[in-house]
Design a protein around this ligand. Structure first.
Ligand SMILES: CSC[C@@H](O)[C@@H](O)C(=O)COP(=O)(O)O
Ligand SMILES: [Zn+2]
Length: 205
């Protein structure tokens, strides 16, 4: 994908996730592969109102090729996820209330669901009877250390659709920006369902 089109795809994705309320207060960051490497959002901007100047282009090793400002503080995690899942073409990181709360409520190392038709919005899931599993990692301000834990987990349990960072948010992967957007929308639907279920079960105890 050419750089200009890549930036526009992320500007459009940012406007959409912001409208959903999933990137408040400059939270979130986005990247997409290009002919030269990938473009990533610059750090600290409102992700719902991005402009073409608020991106940097990096090569596959993370060296800055062009752009102003600092690349996202979480760029090392984008790099690691592309390395682990080479078929990924776009990564969108969001900070929804549901992803933040559910990842704190669940104390195990994964969000697992079965029985929901909407699981089929995730690539490769054929049936509501399949189990969808999204790994959860404790948050860390040391992003390279967090990326290392993600890589270690991936050796035993390959990461497919994304990861949750506890009390922080979701990193969604997809082969294209459209697939990553669909994965976010599907996962957010499932997070909301699970939160409702937990609340209902709690109210009957
Ligand atoms: C608003 S605090 C959120 C940040 O600490 C971070 O988690 C985030 O998602 C955005 O960081 P950024 O450096 O703008 O890409
Ligand atoms: Zn974040």
């Amino acid at each position: 994908m050419q750089t200009k089109a890549a930036k526009q795809a992320l500007i459009d994705a940012g406007r959409w996730v912001s409208q959903q309320g999933w990137v408040p207060a400059t939270g979130g960051n986005f990247s997409i592969k290009t002919d030269n490497g990938f473009v990533v959002t610059a750090s600290g901007y409102d992700k719902g109102q991005l402009t073409p100047e608020q991106f940097l282009e990096l090569d596959q090793s993370g060296t800055i090729l062009s752009g102003e400002g600092k690349p996202s503080a979480e760029t090392a995690l984008h790099l690691k996820l592309y390395e682990l899942q080479p078929s990924s073409g776009c990564i969108l990181h969001t900070h929804s209330v549901a992803a933040t709360v559910l990842s704190r409520f669940i104390t195990s190392d994964r969000f697992e669901v079965t029985g929901y038709e909407m699981q089929k919005s995730l690539a490769g899931i054929q049936s509501h009877l399949d189990t969808l599993s999204i790994a959860i990692f404790d948050n860390d301000q040391d992003i390279p250390a967090l990326a290392k834990r993600v890589a270690e987990y991936h050796q035993k349990n390959p990461i497919r659709h994304g990861v949750l960072i506890r009390g922080h948010g979701l990193y969604a992967l997809g082969r294209s920006v459209f697939e990553t957007r669909r994965h976010i929308e599907g996962l957010e639907f499932l997070f909301a369902c699970e939160l409702e279920r937990i609340k209902l079960e709690g109210s009957t105890k």
